[in-house]
Design a protein around this ligand. Structure first.
Ligand code: SD4
Length: 331
């Protein structure tokens, strides 16, 4: 935990005095962690694979990396894990046997980058970051995204591992397309999209989201995860949010943007996640048979999580503890 002097130094060094409400600027001790306010940094991410991702993000921050470095390197852990069936290497393919990846990243400066329908690259989040930092665009898709990645030093690799190929061939026997609830949490079998939000010692927020999308999806299908505002949104004046679950439902309510706007209007991260889920219940008829989960964080490091169906969990690093929590659900 950072001490009070260090925290105040951090505040002034990085121009983070905007954290402090007008009128309190003469007395920044209000945010001193030793007086019971939230201790920064805080990292929150979706599903069990979030534990290792959080740990990496914290390590990056503690070693002086930026909050964008932290979220990128955090989610690179599940991207590189061949046992993870829903992110990067080892992700489940589409119904034609191709692993196609979606990812996006957003930083405290409001900049954003994204790739979708990208094949043969283990770390789509790093390509998304490069789109953010090196191009005038936000999103590159498919062949163009791959071409951009190869031109910038990424190497092609077959992402279809024997385990994922076997799962696909088993699925082909019936070819029944009905995404199972919480398939993300089946140990060693299916995990899902990682969305990760971090707030650093200065109160600056970034987020990253990366996935191979729904297993056995139609070729060309893109979910919510690479769509800024749907799968991820960060506004450094307010907070950040990210989503998991059936992307079609998230896109229809522009879910992560909605959560952040609700926080802007005074809701806590928890209230905002609950209201966004309630919006899906009201507007999207499939809500009873599908899963969606949101996590959110504000600049003070307060967090929230809520989902449609029981079974969603998330990893939270706070006050030097990195542990799993079960999300409350609408149903
Ligand atoms: C998608 N939201 O592609 C992702 C997948 C996911 O639980 O999160 N599934 O729709």
């Amino acid at each position: 935990m950072i001490n009070r002097r260090k925290f105040i130094e951090n505040l002034s060094a990085a121009g983070a005095l905007s954290l402090i409400p007008a009128g309190l600027k003469a007395n920044p001790i209000i945010y001193d962690v030793s007086l019971g306010a939230k201790s920064l940094p805080v990292v929150i991410s979706t599903w069990i694979h979030g534990i290792n991702a959080n740990a990496k993000a914290i390590e990056v921050l503690k070693n002086g990396g930026s909050v964008v470095d932290a979220v990128e390197q955090g989610v690179m852990i599940p991207e590189a894990d061949p046992e993870n069936r829903s992110v990067g290497l080892g992700g489940l393919p589409d119904r034609d046997g191709h692993v196609t990846l979606d990812a996006c990243i957003m930083g405290p400066d409001g900049n954003a980058g994204s790739v979708c329908f990208l094949e043969n690259i283990v770390h789509p989040i790093s390509v998304a970051r490069m789109v953010m930092e090196k191009t005038p665009h936000v999103m590159l898709a498919g062949e163009g995204a791959l071409q951009f990645a190869l031109e910038n030093g990424f190497e092609e690799q077959n992402l279809l591992t024997p385990g994922a190929e076997k799962a696909w061939k088993d699925w082909l026997k019936e070819s029944k397309y009905d995404p199972e609830l919480n398939w993300e949490n089946k140990p060693n079998e299916f995990h899902d999209t990682i969305g990760l939000l971090a707030v650093d010692q200065n109160g600056d927020i970034a987020g990253a989201c990366t996935t191979s999308g729904l297993g056995f999806k139609m070729r060309g299908r893109v979910g919510d995860s690479p769509i800024i505002g749907a799968g991820l949104y960060v506004d450094n004046e307010v907070g950040g949010a990210t989503a998991t679950g059936m992307g079609e439902l998230v896109i229809k309510v522009v879910g992560s943007f909605l959560v952040v706007e609700l926080m802007r209007n005074g809701k806590s991260p928890q209230q905002a996640c609950e209201e966004a889920v309630a919006r899906i219940v009201k507007k999207v008829p499939e809500n009873k048979i599908r899963q969606v989960g949101f996590i959110a964080m504000n600049k003070k490091g307060e967090t929230g999580a809520y989902c449609l169906q029981p079974g969603f969990n998330y990893a939270l690093y706070q006050d030097n503890i990195n542990e799993m929590h079960d999300s409350k659900s609408f149903y």
